[in-house]
Design a protein around this ligand. Structure first.
Ligand code: KG4
Ligand code: ZN
Length: 337
């Protein structure tokens, strides 16, 4: 079954073709990062308009890369939430309309399910069950994954998402947008031990996170420093250590609580090298998708959609994108993989 996947939940337009027999056939991505950089963050209306401009040309390119025409497609999967409503509307309208005109099924995909199944696109795919750490610009979550669609949220951030905390701290230190990767780069030059920030909520039971206090601690340290390049790098280092340590402590706790020995890391912050190194120290098998599958992309949507379409799921010819949508409400696909 050949499925076209469309991702347009935030500031990346992603398109891919996944074949349930041959694997990923093609993938195209357009990032709006440069456009939003001027404003220091994603401007929702500009994001929607840019998805409109880029989506159809990307679909043409992805099909041509795969050596296919529209008539070769057996299904279409598009991100239906969570995300920016205007941006989601673009992918949903294009995807659903194409499916209707081609008389093939369409499927609304949960963006976070896409992220947590992304490691399955790799040759060494994890088996179920596992614990997933989802760390992106909008979400920080630990999820117990028993099967496709069988998800229990073990913990999540009560305030800023981890990527958001990276971005806000980076902005405050004067780094360019999006600041997460910039801050991570600067942290490599920092001297360990010059600053020490708290590991929020680790002394309390449970698996929830809180990152906004850490951002404030970094701001205070910066304001009280001489604001030299060394101070900046040292604060970036201490901030990253605090975040990574906190995530690792909670991951360890989630593995113990579930009794699982397998973990999957997904979402943009999953690209962070220090986080990868730290999680590799856990007593578990840890799977990281390649960087391009960590950040938003069409391949993960094509894949998640293909699993569900291949299992016979389809939807009526209507769209209902959801800016908020709980992972725990998805239908379970026990024998999908
Ligand atoms: O999953 P993603 O591409 O988009 C969302 O769905 O949010 O994640 C983007 C987030 C941004 O906050 C970005 O700063 C962060 O991931 N990020 C990083 C790194 N690379 C991306 N944060 C820390 N270290 C990195 N190397
Ligand atoms: Zn994402």
């Amino acid at each position: 079954m050949k499925v076209l996947g469309i991702e347009s939940s935030c500031d990346e337009t992603g398109v891919a073709v996944y074949d349930t027999e041959a694997g990923l056939l093609s993938e195209r991505l357009y990032s709006q990062v440069a456009m939003h950089a001027e404003y220091g963050g994603v401007v929702p209306e500009l994001a929607s308009r840019d998805h409109i401009r880029k989506l159809v040309p990307l679909v043409r390119e992805a099909l041509s890369d795969a050596g296919l025409t529209l008539n070769d497609l057996d299904g279409i999967a598009y991100t239906s939430g969570p995300g920016l409503i205007g941006a989601l509307m673009v992918g949903a309208s294009v995807g659903r309309t194409m499916a209707w005109s081609l008389n093939i099924p369409a499927l609304a995909v949960h963006h976070m399910e896409g992220h947590l199944l992304a490691p399955m696109l790799e040759d060494s795919a994890p088996e179920f069950p596992f614990v997933a750490l989802l760390v992106s610009g909008g979400h920080t979550m630990l999820v117990q994954v028993k099967a496709v669609g069988d998800y229990v949220i073990l913990g999540e951030s009560v305030d800023d998402a981890v990527g958001e905390a990276f971005d806000k701290t980076a902005k405050m230190l004067g780094l360019s947008y999006p600041g997460g990767p910039e801050l991570a780069k600067l942290a490599e030059q920092g001297v360990p031990g010059e600053y020490k920030f708290p590991r929020p909520m680790v002394n309390r039971p449970g698996l929830d996170f809180s990152f906004s206090g850490l951002k404030t601690a970094a701001l205070q340290a910066w304001n009280q420093s001489a604001q030299t390049p060394e101070d900046k790098a040292n604060i970036a280092h201490a901030f990253q250590e605090a975040v990574v340590d906190t995530l690792a402590i909670k991951c360890d706790r989630a593995l113990k609580q579930t009794g699982y020995q397998r973990m999957v890391v997904a979402g943009g912050v999953g690209a962070n090298k220090r986080l990868r190194a730290k999680l590799d120290e856990l007593r578990a098998e840890v799977f990281f998708p390649r960087q391009a599958f960590c950040t938003d992309n069409g391949a993960m949507i094509a894949y998640a959609g293909a699993l569900r379409l291949a299992a016979g799921q389809f939807e009526p010819a209507t769209i209902s994108p959801k800016p908020r949508w709980s992972l725990e409400t998805l239908t379970v696909l026990p024998d999908a993989v």
